[in-house]
Design a protein around this ligand. Structure first.
Ligand SMILES: [Zn+2]
Ligand SMILES: [Zn+2]
Length: 116
């Protein structure tokens, strides 16, 4: 036998008797969905605009494009984390003592001016 890729079958979430090839599952779900119109729906945890049937949620979270996006973003943030923390711990500039002495003189002078 010369079969390079064994076909991966998935079980349809609506009917366990449906064994569907993985790459065709989204097509199958579109058809099968119509036979089960009263299934409860939930919101995808990765994107609030994805309204998914509860029975399909397992399949959806594995294939959700937003989840793939998030995973790669977490990777990037982890790499950036260390340099950002070092930059934040830079010393704060000290206040200038000479200018604060001048400021003292001004406030003393204005204190001496009598009010009307
Ligand atoms: Zn099905
Ligand atoms: Zn989603």
């Amino acid at each position: 036998m010369c079969e390079p890729k064994p076909r991966q079958l998935m079980t349809c979430p609506y009917n366990k008797a449906h064994q569907v090839e993985q790459y065709r599952m989204h097509i199958h779900l579109q058809k099968c969905r119509k036979q089960y119109p009263n299934e409860a729906v939930s919101v995808c945890p990765f994107d609030a605009t994805h309204i998914i049937r509860d029975v399909e949620m397992d399949y959806h979270v594995r294939t959700c494009p937003k989840r793939i996006l998030m995973d790669s973003q977490i990777y990037i943030t982890d790499d950036d984390h260390c340099p950002v923390t070092e930059a934040l711990s830079a010393p704060v500039a000290q206040p200038d003592t000479t200018s604060s002495e001048n400021w003292d003189d001004v406030s003393t002078a204005s204190y001496l001016i009598p009010t009307l």
